[in-house]
Design a protein around this ligand. Structure first.
Ligand code: GUN
Ligand code: ZN
Length: 647
C-alpha cells in the first residue's frame, strides 16, 4: 500500500492511495453495495461511473450459500462486477444490531482473504454511546484481543489482505485514546473510527468531533483514517478538516428507500418537495425530473433515481472539499457548512480546545485569503500561530497603538512617513497585535473582515495584556509605550534610517525565529510599478531572498540558504537526509520521505527549509510538504519540494 500527501489544509489532506496497483485519490467516499444485486438500489454500472472504491459486507456473503459459492470460486470483484478497490466489513454491524453472529473473529478474516478482498475488517465490537464504562472497557479489551489475533493470523499465514483496525471506546474519550494507542502498535493499514452511527443519527456532532480528534491524535499520520458509517455530506468537510480520508455511504440508498433527498446542508423529504417547481440541484436526475414527476413515479424507480441523486451530491461535496484543500480555503468551506445546523456549529466551536494540536498540521501559507466569518474564526490556527510567532521578533523599543479601521492594509504602505527602529505594534481585532513592519506577510494583509467587527473584544484584550507582560520581562517597562493613536508615531522619521532593510530583518525574525540579517548589510529592491518589496541583495548585489508576491514570504536563493544555515542552529528549520539521497538532493532533486533520517519537529507544512546531511552539511533548500512529525513517520511521497541544490 502507498499513501502520500499531495495537498493539505487544516488537518485535511488530498492524498494518493494505492492498493494492489489500483490508485485512487482521497478524501473519497466508498458507496456501500449489497453483494446481492437484487437488493442493490442502484446498479453497479452507475456506481462505477462515480466511485473507484466500494465497500460491501463479507458476513452477508459468508452467510448466503449462493453468494458465498460465487465469491469463493470467482472472487469478490467478480461477484460485485467491480474491478477497482473492494473493501469489506466483517459483520460487526450485524453484531451491533442482533447482539450476536455466527462466525468466529478469525474465521471472517480468513474468509475475506479467501475471496480476494483488497481491504478487510476485523470483527470489532461497535459499543453504543452512553453505555456504562465497564461495558465499554470490556468491549474494547475484546476488540483489541481480536485485533491482535487478526494481525497474528495474517503474519503466520502470509496473507496479502490489507486490514482495517477499528477504533472503539464508545463515548469515553480516554478509551478512544487507549484504543488508538494500542491499535497503532499493530500494523493495520487503515484505521477506521467506529461506532459513530448512533451519534450521527441523533445529531450529536460535537461528540463525533471529539471522538475523531481524540483518536486521530494517537494514530499514525501515515495511514488513512476512515470515519465508519458517516455517509451524510453535511458532515464531510468538518471530518476532512480533522484528518479523515475515507467515508462510506449506505445513506445514499437507505435514505432513498425512505423518500429522503440528501443535500450538502441537510436532508429533505421528497414528499415535502413535491410542490417545488424545480429541484435545488443540477445533477442529471434533478435536471430530468420535476419534483412532482419524481414523486409520482412507481416506488422502485423513484428509489433508484433518488439514490442516484443522493450519490451525485455525495461525490460533488467530496470534490468541492478537495478543491478547497488545494486552494487553501478549507476552513472557510467548513465555516460555511457548519452554519447549516446549530449542532454542526457547536461541533465546530469545540475545535478551539484542540487548536494547539491542529495548528501543527496547518500550512503556514495559503493561496486563498483568510476570511473572517464569525467569532469562531478568531480561534483558527493562522491566528494562534501568529500570536505565538510574535514572540519570535526581537524587540527594542515598542509602541503599542490603535489604528483606525479606515486605514487600508497593509498599514505600512499607507502610513509611509514612519521611518524608525521603534517597533510599532498595532492592535488588531483578529490578530491581536500586528507589528507595523511585518504587516505584508500572510495572513496579516491577506485577510478579509467586515469593517465593523463583531469580535469578542475580551479575547484580544486578554492576549494583549499577556503579551505586554511578556514584553516587560524581555525589554523592561521603560521601553514600552502604550499610545492611543498613530498620529504620535507619524512624527517618527529619520532621513538616513534604512527602513526597508529593517523591515526585512523583522520579517525574517518572524519567519524563522532567528536574526538572519544580524551583521549583514543588504539592499532591498522594490518593484518600480507597484512599489512592492521584490528582492533582497547582499552588498555585492547578489540575490539573497526574493519576496513572494502573494504572501510576502522570503524565499531564499542559494546564498540565502547558506545564510539560513549559518544563522539558524541545528536542527531548526532543517530536514536531514541519509547518505543515499545526498548526491541527488545536492543536484536539486526533490527529497522523498523514505530518505529522511531526522527533521525539526516544529516544522509546519509549506515552510522554507534547508536540507542537510547527518553532519549538518548543507545540501539543498526548498518547501516542505510534510510537517516535522510526519517527516519521521512517512515512508513514501514527497517531503521537500527542492528549489535548488548546493553542489
Ligand atoms: N460500520 C459502522 N460502524 C462500524 C463499526 O464501528 N465497526 C464496523 N466494523 N463497521 C461499522
Ligand atoms: Zn440532484
Amino acid at each position: 500500500m502507498r499513501f502520500e500527501i499531495k495537498y493539505r489544509d487544516g488537518m485535511g489532506r488530498v492524498c494518493l492511495l494505492e492498493i494492489n496497483n489500483k490508485k485512487i485519490e482521497t478524501p473519497t467516499i466508498m458507496p456501500v453495495v449489497h453483494p446481492n444485486p437484487k437488493k442493490q438500489s442502484v446498479p453497479i454500472d452507475f456506481i462505477k461511473k462515480l466511485a473507484d472504491i466500494v465497500i460491501t459486507n463479507s458476513y452477508i456473503i459468508y452467510k448466503n450459500k449462493f453468494l458465498r459459492e460465487i465469491a469463493e470460486k470467482l472472487g469478490v470483484h467478480k461477484l460485485l462486477n467491480f474491478d477497482k478497490i473492494v473493501v469489506t466489513d466483517s459483520g460487526s454491524y450485524q453484531l451491533s444490531v442482533y447482539g450476536k453472529i455466527d462466525v468466529e473473529p478469525n474465521e471472517i478474516i480468513e474468509f475475506q482473504e479467501r475471496i480476494g478482498v483488497d481491504v478487510g475488517t476485523i470483527l470489532d465490537i461497535p459499543t453504543p454511546p452512553d453505555v456504562d464504562k465497564e461495558k465499554a472497557e470490556r468491549d474494547l479489551e475484546e476488540t483489541l484481543r481480536r485485533a491482535k489475533e487478526a494481525i497474528k493470523l495474517r503474519e503466520e499465514r502470509g496473507y496479502r489482505l490489507l486490514l482495517n483496525g477499528t477504533i472503539q471506546g464508545s463515548t469515553y474519550l480516554d478509551l478512544r485514546k487507549k484504543s488508538a494507542i494500542e491499535m497503532s502498535k499493530l500494523n493495520f493499514d487503515i484505521y477506521p473510527i467506529g461506532a459513530v452511527v448512533p451519534l450521527m443519527e441523533s445529531y450529536r456532532f460535537r461528540e463525533v468531533v471529539e471522538i475523531i480528534i481524540n483518536s486521530k491524535m494517537y494514530l499514525p499520520n501515515n495511514k488513512p483514517i476512515h470515519l465508519f458509517g458517516c455517509g451524510h455530506p453535511m458532515f464531510f468537510s468538518l471530518a476532512v478538516l480533522l484528518g479523515c480520508d475515507l467515508f462510506d455511504s449506505a445513506a445514499y440508498s437507505l435514505y432513498a428507500k425512505d423518500g429522503r433527498y440528501l443535500t450538502e446542508t441537510g436532508t429533505l423529504h421528497l414528499e415535502e418537495m413535491k410542490d417545488l417547481k424545480e429541484f435545488p440541484c443540477s445533477c442529471p436526475v434533478c435536471l430530468e425530473y420535476k419534483p412532482n414527476e419524481l414523486y409520482n413515479l412507481d416506488e422502485k424507480e423513484r428509489e433508484r433515481l433518488l439514490a442516484e441523486h443522493n450519490l451525485y451530491v455525495t461525490f460533488e461535496e467530496i470534490n468541492k472539499i478537495k478543491e478547497a484543500i488545494k486552494e487553501g480555503s478549507l476552513w472557510e468551506f467548513v465555516e460555511k457548512r457548519v452554519r447549516a445546523h446549530p449542532k454542526l456549529l457547536e461541533a465546530y466551536r469545540i475545535l478551539k480546545n484542540y487548536m494547539e494540536y491542529i495548528e501543527k498540521f496547518d500550512p503556514v501559507t495559503k493561496k486563498s485569503a483568510f476570511f473572517y466569518t464569525g467569532i469562531e474564526s478568531l480561534y483558527r490556527p493562522e491566528v494562534l500561530r501568529h500570536k505565538k510567532r510574535l514572540k519570535r521578533i526581537k524587540y527594542n523599543k515598542v509602541y503599542i497603538t490603535n489604528i483606525s479601521s479606515k486605514v487600508e492594509r497593509p498599514y505600512s504602505e499607507h502610513i509611509n512617513i514612519v521611518k524608525t527602529d521603534v517597533d510599532i505594534l498595532i492592535k488588531h481585532p483578529i490578530f491581536g497585535l500586528i507589528p507595523y513592519y511585518i504587516d505584508t506577510i500572510y495572513p496579516l494583509s491577506q485577510h478579509e473582515a467586515p469593517e465593523l467587527y463583531d469580535f469578542e473584544k475580551n479575547i484580544n484584550d486578554r492576549f494583549i495584556e499577556e503579551f505586554i507582560n511578556w514584553l516587560r520581562k524581555k525589554i523592561g517597562e521603560e521601553n514600552i509605550l502604550d499610545i492611543r493613536s498613530y498620529n504620535y508615531y507619524t512624527s517618527l522619521f529619520s532621513e538616513d534610517f534604512d527602513s526597508n532593510a529593517y523591515r526585512i530583518r523583522k520579517m525574517l525574525q518572524y519567519q524563522y525565529g532567528y536574526d538572519i540579517l544580524e551583521g549583514v548589510n543588504v539592499r532591498v529592491i522594490r518593484s518600480k510599478n507597484t512599489g512592492r518589496l521584490r528582492k533582497v541583495l547582499n552588498e555585492n548585489g547578489d540575490l539573497l531572498f526574493s519576496i513572494r508576491s502573494h504572501d510576502n514570504f522570503l524565499i531564499p536563493s542559494k546564498l540565502g540558504a547558506k545564510l539560513l544555515w549559518e544563522k539558524i542552529p541545528f536542527p531548526k528549520y532543517r530536514v536531514v537526509v541519509n547518505k543515499e539521497a545526498e548526491p541527488f538532493v545536492k543536484k536539486g532533486r526533490n527529497v522523498f520521505a523514505k530518505f529522511i533520517v531526522d527533521a525539526d519537529e516544529e516544522l509546519r507544512p509549506y515552510e522554507e527549509v534547508i536540507v542537510v546531511n547527518e553532519n549538518d552539511e548543507l545540501l539543498a533548500y526548498g518547501t516542505n510538504i510534510l510537517n516535522g512529525v510526519e517527516m519521521r513517520e512517512f515512508n513514501n511521497g514527497l517531503a521537500v519540494k527542492v528549489r535548488g541544490g548546493i553542489y
